[in-house]
Design a protein around this ligand. Structure first.
Ligand code: SF4
Length: 255
C-alpha cells in the first residue's frame, strides 16, 4: 500500500506485476514501480540477481505453507542475507463468507501481524474468495496496519473489559465515545472502568475517560488527570470539549 501511494504521487496510475517465472522479462518493461510475486523455496539465484539490479521492484510475498508466517519470514531473511532491501508486501488469499468475517479478521491479523511488528513488511495485500465485502477486506487491512503501528487511519481506543470495580455503564459509554470521536483519526482514547488500574493500563493514550466512583468520571490528558469526579451524565461532553480546546478536533480531521 505504501509503495502504491508513492506511485500515485508521481502520477502513475498502474504498475505491472510479474509471476516469479517471468523474471527474465522484467528489465524489458519500463515502469517506475514493478511488482514481483515470490514464494520462499523457489530457485533464488535468478530473482536475487534481478532484485539487485532493480530496486524499483516491490516483492509480493505469498505462501501456501502450513506455517505461512515462518515461510514469509524466511523469504525476507534470505533477501536481507544478500543485502537486498526491496520493499516487501505480504499477500494472502483467504476463503471466507460474510458470516465468517471475524474468522477472516483473526486469520489475517495472525498471519500478518507478527511480521509487521518485527519490521519485515512494507504493506499487506488481503484477498478473499467468498462474498466478504471489499469494504470489510479493506477495513481489515487498515486495522492490521494500525495495530502494527505502520499506518494510522482511524481513531484508536483502549478499554478494559470492566469488572466489579466498574461503577458506570462501560459498554454504552464506549459506544457513545466511539460515535462522537470516530472522525478523530490519529487520536488514542482510553475508556477505563476504574481509577485503580485504568490510568496505568491506558498509559500511552492521548485522552482518558476513567471511572472515579459511583456515577463519577475523571478525565486525563496523557498521564495527567485534568478533571476529577465529573457526573457521568456530563462526562462525555467534557471529554469532547477537552479534545476540542486542545485543538485536536481540527488536527484530527485534517490528518
Ligand atoms: S481497569 Fe479497573 S474496572 Fe477495568 S478491568 Fe481493570 S480493575 Fe476492572
Amino acid at each position: 500500500m505504501q509503495a502504491a501511494e508513492k506511485g500515485l504521487l508521481t502520477g502513475v496510475q498502474a504498475y505491472p506485476i510479474f509471476p516469479h517465472n517471468a523474471v527474465p522479462f522484467i528489465s524489458l518493461v519500463k515502469a517506475d514501480l514493478k511488482f514481483l510475486v515470490l514464494q520462499y523455496g523457489a530457485d533464488s539465484d535468478e530473482y536475487l540477481a534481478c532484485l539487485r539490479h532493480h530496486p524499483e521492484i516491490v516483492v509480493v510475498c505469498m505462501s501456501n505453507h502450513q506455517n505461512k508466517t515462518g515461510d514469509q519470514r524466511a523469504l525476507v531473511h534470505e533477501l536481507m542475507a544478500h543485502n537486498l532491501y526491496n520493499p516487501v508486501v505480504f499477500a494472502q488469499m483467504y476463503r471466507h463468507s460474510q458470516e465468517e468475517k471475524a474468522d477472516f479478521q483473526l486469520e489475517a491479523a495472525a498471519d500478518m501481524g507478527a511480521l509487521m511488528i518485527d519490521g519485515l513488511t512494507d504493506g499487506v495485500w488481503l484477498m478473499n474468495q467468498g462474498d466478504l465485502s471489499d469494504e470489510d477486506i479493506d477495513a481489515t487491512a487498515f486495522g492490521v496496519l494500525q495495530a502494527a503501528r505502520l499506518r494510522t487511519s482511524k481513531t484508536e481506543y483502549i478499554s478494559c473489559p470492566g469488572c466489579g470495580r466498574t461503577l458506570y455503564d462501560l459498554r454504552s459509554t464506549i459506544a457513545r465515545i466511539r460515535e462522537a470521536t470516530k472522525e478523530m483519526k490519529g487520536l488514542k482514547i482510553g475508556i477505563m472502568g476504574c481509577i485503580v488500574n485504568g490510568p496505568g493500563e491506558m498509559a500511552d493514550a492521548d485522552y482518558g475517560y476513567v471511572g472515579a466512583g459511583l456515577g463519577k468520571i475523571s478525565l486525563y490528558r496523557k498521564k495527567v488527570c485534568v478533571e476529577r469526579n465529573i457526573d457521568e451524565k456530563d462526562a462525555v461532553e467534557h471529554l469532547l470539549r477537552l479534545i476540542k480546546d486542545d485543538g485536536n478536533v481540527q488536527q484530527a480531521s485534517d490528518s
